[in-house]
Design a binder for this molecule. Sequence first.
Ligand SMILES: Nc1ncnc2c1ncn2[C@@H]1O[C@H](COP(=O)(O)OP(=O)(O)OP(=O)(O)O)[C@@H](O)[C@H]1O
Length: 639
Amino acid sequence: MPKSAKVKFYGVMRGRQPGVYTTWDEAQKQVSGFPGAVHKAFPTYQEAETWSGMGKRMDRSSQSSYDYAQGHRRPHHDRDHDYNNSHKRRRSPSPRPVPDVKARSTDQEVDIGKSAVIQQSAADPPLSEQQSRILARILEGESFFFTGSAGTGKSVLLRAIIRTFKENEKKEEDNVEKNWRDYLNDDGLGRGRKSGADVGAEVKRWKLGVTASTGMAGVNIGGSTIHSWAGIGLGDLPAQKLYEKILRNKITSTRWRTTAALIIDEVSMIDATLFDKLEEIARKIRRDPRPFGGLQLILSGDFFQLPPVAKGSNTYAFAFEATSWPQIFNQEKNNMMSLTRVFRQKEDRFVRVLEGMRRGMISDQDALMLKSLEREVKYEGGIEPVGLYPQKSEVATINAARLAALKTPIQIFLAWDVPGITSSGYALDQPQATASLDRNTIWPKELELKVGALVMLVTNMQDGVLVNGSTGVVVDFMTIADAMAEGVSLPAAAFGGAPDPNTAWPVVEFTPSKHASGKQSKRVIIPQMSVDVLNALGKPEATRHQVPLILAWALTIHKSQGQTIERVKIDLNKIFVEGQTYVAISRAVSLENLELKNFTADRVMAHKRVIEWARPLEQEQAAEEEWDDLVANCDLEGY
Ligand SMILES: Nc1ncnc2c1ncn2[C@@H]1O[C@H](COP(=O)(O)OP(=O)(O)OP(=O)(O)O)[C@@H](O)[C@H]1O
């Protein structure tokens, strides 16, 4: 086939049927909706074939330490690790080729990994009436802050908002051409037709920035940190200096100007000073005197949970204490709302105790009841509870000791990290990519497992049953072919990770869930999958290929924020900050499956300023709900 700039061949490396396709329509069938699909267009058939067929050659070579992706041998310390641990059996991740950073940044069709979290996201439940009402207000273009106790569905609502904005943006983009045709053919009367300005405005209206205060929360919603989105580094400089820094970067300043709505999740962990700096930058850069330069803010979080991390001192101010906060969110605008229905816990008493704890209150009777939970809970089938601890050092020691105590052979899975680009177009090197993944995800660089290890899944599966936080025990290691022959389930999401067929991946027996909607498979093979840290343009800054499991005998309370954990054991001995006890206990789904060590009433701490600030909001909302109930129960017929 002669080389021609116009002819394109589509290589599908990861998709339903990997191979080379001569039309985009055919290739699209293989990759559209396929989790972690990888495809790329080439001018020649050979190039497409070589690129997409490489995977097979890589798999055959997976026992060697040659890193085809990088075109060089793996660093010595990796191999040294092997020699030092020659008594251990090691499983490296299947090395697979990836397009280089340059190709990724310039070729829009290359689609590495996408956002594993979003793509593998569990099917969310339908929104409640309250959640739908907030969504409707947000879709009208209003800035909105929604809060609510743990487990009231803030994350579920946030995901629905993101989905809706993306769908609307796509719909409007598809309509652009049609709208322009309408506009150009306008008979001059303009009846029902859109003006030129309207055409562009409707697409822009849905340009959404998806961010969170922490990297981990950002990854969970398929977004980036607010720092990275805003281009402010650590954000320590004065606002004017940060503004000048952003101005020097065309990509970042354009992003500030063209975004219509900005999500910031876990806003409780954003300091007031940073909030005000962002507000000032927004006004200056968007050349718009309105608060936040007219940007629609969508904030979510619970100020009764973990506070901002105080650097060097114990003083911090909450975002609601920022000077600009009341200019955007206030009672007159009625644009702050609390979700009031708790979905995570079903027992009334547990919900009531948690509500009190959230505000730092606990009755003597409830304290006694919680104290009585200091007992060992024996579970059928022997799968232990996850341990939650306040401090990192305790967590590492406990997991290491418990793993060492198992007599079964160790298997080591090394992550394979692929560097991407930052939103300013800067290509990360390998150590930077690894550092970003370590900082922003919970996926381990090195995962040591044995049969008998207690593990937690750190991604959502499409089945809607196994989710980020599901726990189980490793019962075997098998290749995918063996697992399928033995009737072990294989999550659909696994196909996107193109796992090495020769590697024996962990088989996990998951804790039966009383709360999941779907049918749960008992034994599931968990092969290598991928997770991205996205830059502010929604493209991968770094991708980690790894088995999405962590050891779960112990986990920090900070890392557990946002999760639902079926069986949980908490040691409150070293609690050090307000909200920590509440976050830990509210991960549990029932009192029966909660083991509580070292509970004392004084370890239930809520921040006084949060209590003061939240009171009028909650009172007003309670009064409104009472009124709504009254009206709903009135027989108004005949009036
Ligand atoms: N409308 C709903 N109907 C049924 N279940 C729901 C609904 N909304 C949320 N849930 C369920 O409630 C649980 C908690 O939801 P979610 O994680 O969104 O709460 P959250 O408010 O973000 O909690 P946290 O503050 O602890 O992070 C999940 O299991 C979720 O599926």
